[in-house]
Design a protein around this ligand. Structure first.
Ligand code: GLU
Length: 441
């Protein structure tokens, strides 16, 4: 059975970049009838918070990305300690005592010599007595995994065949000097013990994957399939990393982006499939194909989400927006006519408030100088409310007869006088909803 996971660290809110990772893993699991696990990578007690852990779950629920199981790394520390013991027993784990400053010096030296800044493994040569001495002076060391210096190869679900020379990678630190277990070992232990079959994550993890493959093998686990999706850039190809904070899912939600619009866009962006609205989550699942995604950075423009949102809203029946209409105080019997009039004239649900205010409070009339007399005359012919479905037609015919105006010269000044705008819903459908006409008052 296919088992995937989405493994955010609860050190911030989810943003569009995380969403791609979550969505791809979700879609793969659902398409194959497998399982999708939400794993909170919360081994860093200083940076992880309950607020973010809750926020991540709220955001995924808002999008309908349901998980079959939730796991928290902070509850599995004993598993990581056991794996560390195994690596120690198997001669693949060693303690190193360099200070950050010393490591930085070594790095600089290598870079100056034009060499890759790979850790020189000096700690491997320390005798037990030397280690004791360093421990007494500096406290516990960090624990590094001893890579086998050979090529690490896998066929990536997106990038194709990958081959990385382990000698060009530093032996990864898996446990910090203060005993804190780091992501690399925790992730490997979880992926193995939870039976993860497919790992999809950002291409910033490619080197991690190389080292993780060796760690999994050293622990005797089964290596999952890996796929690395490209990272998002801004619309001009600029790095998005600094702006991701402003692209939090909850901010998009607050700006009125609809879940299905967001999911539709993110599930196809960067693939060879056309982007645009899809009708349902089922359709997204059915059509999802990881092999259609390319390795090139993927341009993302937040503004693209709004036309898709508008398109989505235009297709919704009134029942789908009942809560919003209730929230605005639209009486039940007016909800359907109001929605049918308004839905083609909104970008997000937030825009409904403006149209409802127009209906209930009227708008400040806009009357051009040259139309003053015409509008005054027309308003004298406007019957008292409530208006009916044919009010606009009968009224404008009467005005036409009386003034001789027709076409745009007839309709536009009346629209502007009644709504304060030169655009908007079909006036015949809008009239019955107008409870107040300020221009008449
Ligand atoms: N917590 C890691 C991250 O957010 C997970 C990476 C992974 O999927 O293994 O980058």
């Amino acid at each position: 059975m296919t088992v995937t996971r989405f493994a955010p660290s609860p050190t911030g809110y989810l943003h569009v970049g995380n969403l791609r990772t979550a969505l791809f893993n979700y879609l793969i699991a659902r398409k194959s009838g497998g399982q999708f696990i939400l794993r909170l990578d919360d081994t860093d007690p200083e940076r992880s918070t309950q607020e973010y852990a809750d926020g991540i779950q709220e955001d995924l629920e808002w999008l309908g990305l349901t998980w079959d199981r939730i796991e928290r790394q902070s509850e599995r520390l004993d598993r990581y300690a056991a794996a560390a013991d195994t690596l120690r027993e198997r001669g693949r784990f060693y303690e190193a005592f360099e200070t950050p400053t010393e490591l930085e010096l070594k790095r600089k030296k290598l870079l100056n010599m034009g060499k890759p800044p790979v850790y020189d493994r000096a700690a491997l040569d320390l005798s037990e007595a030397e280690k004791e001495k360093l421990r007494a002076e500096r406290g516990d060391g960090v624990w590094r995994f001893k890579l086998d210096q050979e090529r690490i190869e896998w066929t990536d679900g997106i990038l194709g065949d990958i081959s990385i020379d382990a000698a060009s990678v530093s032996d990864p630190v898996l446990i910090r000097a203060d005993g804190q277990v780091l992501y690399t070992i925790a992730s490997v232990v979880d992926d193995t013990e939870m039976g993860i079959t497919h790992v999809v994550r950002g291409s910033d993890h490619v080197t991690n994957t190389a080292t993780q493959i060796q760690i999994i093998e050293a622990l005797g686990g089964t290596v999952p399939s890996f796929a690395h999706h490209s990272l998002l850039t801004g619309p001009q190809g600029e790095a998005l990393s600094k702006r991701l904070g402003t692209l939090a899912l909850r901010d998009l939600r607050d700006r009125g982006v609809e879940p299905l619009a967001l999911l539709s866009h993110m599930a196809r962006l960067g693939s060879s499939d056309p982007i645009g609205l899809r009708g349902s989550m089922e359709e997204l699942i059915e059509g999802f194909d990881l092999t259609k995604f390319g390795s090139a950075p993927t341009k993302f423009d937040v503004e693209d989400l709004f036309p898709i949102t508008a398109h989505h809203l235009q297709g919704l029946p009134v029942a789908a927006v009942k809560d919003t209409l209730d929230g605005l105080g639209v009486p039940t019997d007016l909800q359907e006519p109001f929605w049918l009039v308004a839905r083609d004239n909104i970008t997000t649900r937030h825009d409904l408030a403006g149209w409802w205010t127009l209906c209930t409070e009227g708008a400040d009339p806009v009357i051009d100088d040259e139309d003053k007399d015409f509008v005054a005359e027309a308003l004298s012919l406007l019957p008292d409310g409530p208006f009916a479905a044919d009010t606009w037609r009968t009224w404008t015919s009467a005005v036409k007869e009386k003034t001789g105006r027709k076409g745009r010269g007839l309709f536009m000044p009346l629209r502007k006088a009644l709504t304060g705008m030169d655009h908007g819903p079909d006036m015949s459908s809008l009239m019955p909803l107008l409870q107040v006409v300020k221009a008449k008052a």
